[in-house]
Write a protein that binds this ligand. Sequence first.
Ligand SMILES: Nc1ncnc2c1ncn2[C@@H]1O[C@H](COP(=O)(O)OP(=O)(O)OP(=O)(O)O)[C@@H](O)[C@H]1O
Ligand SMILES: [Mg+2]
Length: 272
Amino acid sequence: MIRFENVHKTYKTGTDALRGVTFTIDDGEFVFIIGKSGSGKSTLMKCITREERPTEGYVIIDKFVISKMSSALVPVLRRQIGIIYQDFRLIETKSVEENIAFAGEIIGVPRKKLHQMVDIVLGAVGLRDKASSMPLELSGGEQQRVAIARAMLNSPKLIVADEPTGNLDPETSESIMALLSEINRNGTTVIVCTHDSNMVDRMKKRVIEVDDGLIVRDEHASGYTAEDKTALPKSMIDEFVPEVISLSELEEKEETLPEFPPNPGEEEEEEK
Ligand SMILES: Nc1ncnc2c1ncn2[C@@H]1O[C@H](COP(=O)(O)OP(=O)(O)OP(=O)(O)O)[C@@H](O)[C@H]1O
Ligand SMILES: [Mg+2]
């Protein structure tokens, strides 16, 4: 559960980016945050990830008032959240699997387990065959799928994505959004900032519209403009991401995944 209580954010420059924002997002929801450029969407997202702190009000995730949380605990918070950016933010000098594994290495997941986890999330985004490719050898859509796999690695309860399809063509955007929708259907809360009105109209999710730092609309199963009521195409997922296997299916398969050879000296360390 995420709660914003009268959140204000005034930047040092004096800009009032958020001017009293209150809403609740329940576990398992899929929510679009929309609004004009400069309306405060990214600021709102950054208050969730604690990249910014409100100047007034509270941001609460589950029982934690994260807006007041000490900086020392922020890395712990971030581990519970999968963050996806418009520009993918992959490390160019690391392969696809190294980019994804990195998120687990930081928190000390044993290497063998990490290999299995990376394989699972790469399977989920349909990129097992690109595991050893370098990011710059991939298309934009593929790079974003890698970023999503990385965000999924620690099985976060929450994924936040700020303009995840901002750099992608419409068809690729569909597949990325379908993937996020699939992750959501498996129980993860997903919050997506976007300008993509067609996508929002088609997906019929909850829409929170921000305008000049205030929420001006909060509707369930809505479209980009309040009047739009076009229906979601029946099989968006099947149509655009045929290779996506549901995460629960993958977890069942986890038992049967091949063992990876341990690095020299690692076996002994793990035994301890
Ligand atoms: N670090 C910052 N310092 C000062 N002002 C900022 C900062 N970041 C954002 N702003 C200002 O706060 C307001 C809201 O910005 P924000 O990035 O949240 O908008 P946005 O809705 O995400 O816009 P876009 O759709 O263009 O990404 C804008 O007026 C912006 O100029
Ligand atoms: Mg923004």
